[in-house]
Write a protein that binds this ligand. Sequence first.
Ligand code: ADP
Length: 675
Amino acid sequence: MLKILISKIVIPSNISDYLSRTLIVITVATTLLIGSVLIIQQTLHYNKISKQKSNEYLENQKIYIQDIVKNELEYIRIQNEIFKQNINEEVRNNVTQAFLTAETIYQKYAGIKSDDEIKALIIASISSLRFDMEYEEVFISNLNGTGVYYPRRPEFTGKNMLHFKDANGSPVVLDEINLLKSKDEGFLSFIINSDLVSESSPSKKTSFVKKFGHFNWYFGSKQYVEDYFPKFRNEIARKISTVRFKYGGYVFMNCMDGSPIVMDGAVYMGDLNLIKNTENIRHKVFMQELEVLKTNPNGGFFYYQWNKMNDSIPSEKCSYVQLFKEYNWLIGAGFYLDEINQSIKDQKNKLWEDQKSSILTILLILILLLFFEGMIISRFNKRYKSDFERFFNFFYSSKNNFNQLNISELNFDEFRRAGIAANEMITLREETEKKLLEEHRKAMESDRLKSAFLANMSHEIRTPMNSILGFSELLESDTLSEKDKLVYLKQIRKNGDMLLNVIHNIMDISKIEANLLSIRKRPVKLSKFMEEIGHHYMELLSTRNDKDILFKINNEVNREVSIQTDETRLRQVIDNLIGNAIKFASSGSILVDVKLESDLLHFDITDTGIGIPLDQQAAIFERFMQADQGDKINSGGTGLGLAISKNLVQLLGGNIQVKSEFGKGSTFSFYIPKG
Ligand code: ADP
């Protein structure tokens, strides 16, 4: 039951309903499909973009913290340069001061005092020099490697120091002498204590040496970097601790040996060691930092849990860390992912708002599209329904009439084509029906004609027969005079001829219809032929008291002309036509015109008789057909004369026609070939 109901809804029995429903279903489905595809596409696009944006944002954030770290490293590098330059300046100043003092003394006493006296004066004045740091000093050595004056190591005086080596095994004094071989002064550095594990630089010693050529001496001064280093480190730490960036970001700084320098955005003052103190939660993160640097010596990112500055709950953090190699400092900065996530969420929300508006636009367009599609479908429905309707009406109405379908009113080509075919069918049916009706009419007419023919025939036969029998009976009487007998015999003869004529006519039409009538053409002298006809009818009409007719033959053809035809049949046609003219005219004239035009012989038989109605002029050439000429006196006849004449003329190679005006007369014209 339900199945039937569903199938009725889905496939209705009505074609136009079916079409419109199918169209609506297809349109709605297509629109929904396109809409869904567009919306899915938009959503996918949104997901892709938002993911892309998240990644981009994360990447940007990473680049951002990386830049911050790199900036700080650059700052440290520059500060370190300055720091080292300052130390160098310090030692150079010390040496230069000593050198100038010595030079002044030398210049003053050279040539006055002995070299040894001058040397002693120089050493004395140098030993009295005071420097910034307590331990600072200027030493004097011979360029051959023997010590001259070492303020804190008097035992070096006169001692060959060429074998002196630093913590790394470099020959310190030899290096100094070698340097002064090529130039007058220069810096050198060496390691004095290899025990220091971290911040290796402070174990460095920087020295400046300057040649004092007068005694083959050189002055030198050494500076312990570590003496200046804590100050330098604190300055760096202080500066780094002030760095802040978005979402509560700060820069941290640790030494690879595990001592924190800047922690949670502040300079660390305690004595925590992140390597040794494994209990501390920061230990794990520090080890992670070391691990990152092991795999990425030029810096890398790592993820971990860390408390925010003013928060005790740990949050996911991503940090970048890079090593300042010279002092084994780890410089890093990070950002909290949840802060980023919030920002990404904000961005995503904005993106989603945009997406929502484009989805709404799509939906609006789809609704508009559906609306327009609906309009188009309903217009289409209306049009083809009207076409269907026209067809139905046409078929219903064509049961009873032959009305044509108005093609121009149809809306679709297919219907128009079907309409043309239907109209052709109607035309054909109309023609066929007309033919059938005509056939029927003809059959009826033929039936009527036959009855009329039989009636006429019996009249035509009976009348002369009665006369023949009547006069024969009268002839039997003995009291008849010779004159009467002659009159009676003439009557019998006349009626016999009439009877024979009827019989001939019947035989002729039978032969014609059976295609048995043959034509025998012979030369006929036209003038003679026409003259005979003229004589015959002049004579005949002179005997007819009932006819007051002027008979005339107008033969325009040259007297010598001889034609090739069947004289008997030609005569039969002319006799028929003149006979009819006499029969249907009681007064007036009968004119026979004969002329030759381009080898065709034309005959016109014109009478001033009763004429033939226009609508019957074609029918009179059919057999048994007699025109309805109103109150004409029954002229007798069989209705065969003209049918025979027409056939004979055609057999002779010509044609016949009539022109007539009812009540005024008729002209029967025919032509035959000359030969
Ligand atoms: P019939 O004269 O024996 O009736 P036809 O075939 O010769 O047969 O003529 C057919 C009919 O044509 C006539 O019955 C008559 O109605 C008409 N008809 C023929 N000739 C004439 C004419 N000259 N004038 C008027 N009607 C004519």
